[in-house]
Write a protein of this length. Structure first.
Length: 336
């Protein structure tokens, strides 16, 4: 248990903030012992993966627990599918590459998403037409109060768009220790997302492999998104709002170029990046605080912006989108 530790190396936003206590755990036994420590009992705790979906708005006056649980294994398989159990502290992208190398399909579209496997179910990570719920089998988590291990199946995780039980009702009650995925042994690749198709066509790849899809996704992401090693960020700051189709059609008359993706007869998803750009925020910069020039959904810290300043900027953006479009954006990033 270390005291007064800088969290700068542990958050991709590159925010300067300290943890009152900081400790690593690499086994569930370690974790149990830490949860029974006086420091945790007195101060409470925060669980940290790769720190790529948090915004530190102040020093953390709790025990920060960094997840270092490691290991990937195939626990059962038949001709069609394999169940792969992955420890929560594994790096997500390394897990994706492991699956591709082992000819197991389903996560290639989720290449290069930062962070750990254990955090992935938290917001049902998704990109390029795939979400982890599509390949999820079950997860194991330790209940913080009882120290009991519990297994959650797909239904119990209550996955939604960048949502799960663990982000809502189960918030701060469980520490996910492993996730088991059901992966296909026969390639059933999803190259339907426009940008992937464009890259494959440009490379004249007609029958892509999982590796081709993964490489295309990596190329698109590297061309559009700021690398946290160079410019601090936590990916999309807001969720894409799902609005009533009636409301969308009214707006579409005023803003004919407004994009929308039909979800159901009554619901349409609108890219939040477009809304923010229309409000004039794209490329905004004040000192070290900004909105990325290539993707308005990504708020950035050029070096020394404070977490509270980034939070205030997000509030201003929320207000301007509400005023212009009568749409209430919701923050995707976890505010600490
Ligand atoms: P952290 O930031 O460490 O934690 C996030 C939250 O989960 C915290 O509240 C934390 O307490 C909780 N948590 C972490 N581990 C556990 C655990 N084991 N048990 C219980 N709770 C836990 N997200 C997408 O969905 N799609 C994308 O395409 C995507 N692209 C991104 C691109 C960039 C450049 C960046 C910086 C981020 C992107 N993200 C994306 C967001 C982020 O990568 C994901 O949300 C990722 O799953 C966060 O993992 P992490 O380990 O860094 O979580
Ligand atoms: P994009 O391709 O420019 O598209 C903008 C938005 O429109 C996306 O967010 C996407 O919603 C939606 N969209 C585009 N094509 C779609 C389709 N065929 N069907 C349904 N919805 C569609 O987006 P981008 O910013 O470059 O991101 C690409 C992908 O990576 C997206 O899936 C995005 O979610 C993901 N991503 C996520 C984060 C994060 O931090 N959460 C960061 C970077 C990228 P969806 O978001 O629902 O896909």
């Amino acid at each position: 248990m270390q005291e007064n530790i800088s969290l700068l190396p542990y958050n991709t936003f590159g925010i300067f903030a300290n943890a009152k206590y900081f400790t690593l755990f690499s086994s569930t036994e370690d974790l149990k012992n830490i949860l029974q420590s006086t420091e945790v009992k007195t101060n409470g705790l925060c669980i940290l993966g790769g720190g790529s979906n948090i915004l530190l708005t102040k020093d953390v006056d709790k025990v920060v627990l960094k997840n270092e649980l490691k290991g990937i294994e195939i626990i059962s398989q038949n001709n069609e599918v394999a169940l792969v159990k992955c420890a929560a502290g594994e790096v997500w992208h390394s897990f994706v590459l492991w699956c591709i190398e082992n000819n197991l399909y389903g996560v290639e579209n989720l290449s290069l998403i930062p962070g750990t496997v254990g955090a992935a179910p938290m917001q049902n990570i998704g990109a390029y037409g795939v979400e982890i719920k599509d390949v999820f089998f079950e997860l194991e988590a330790m209940q913080i109060d009882s120290l009991q291990m519990k297994t959650f199946n797909q239904a119990q995780c209550e996955f939604g768009y960048r949502e799960s039980f663990f982000k809502r009702k189960g918030k701060d009650q469980y520490i996910i220790t492993s996730v088991t995925f059901q992966l296909n042994k026969k390639a059933n690749l999803n190259a339907s997302y426009g940008a992937i198709q464009e890259v494959l066509t440009a490379k004249q790849i007609e029958n892509p492999t999982a590796k081709d899809i993964s490489n295309a996704v990596i190329e698109i992401r590297q061309s559009k998104l700021p690398d946290p090693k160079e410019i601090g960020n936590a990916g999309s700051f807001f969720k894409n709002p799902e609005i009533a189709t009636k409301h969308f059609l009214v707006l579409k008359k005023v803003y004919p170029s407004m994009p929308g993706y039909t979800l159901t007869e009554y619901l349409t998803k609108v890219p939040a990046g477009w809304l923010i750009e229309q409000c004039g925020w794209k490329g905004f910069r004040k000192d070290d605080l900004g909105v990325h020039a290539r993707q308005a959904l990504v708020l950035v810290n050029y070096k020394q912006a404070l977490g509270a300043e980034i939070y205030n900027l997000s509030t201003q953006i929320l207000e301007s989108v509400k005023n212009k479009f009568d749409i209430v954006l919701e923050r995707e990033v976890n505010i600490w």
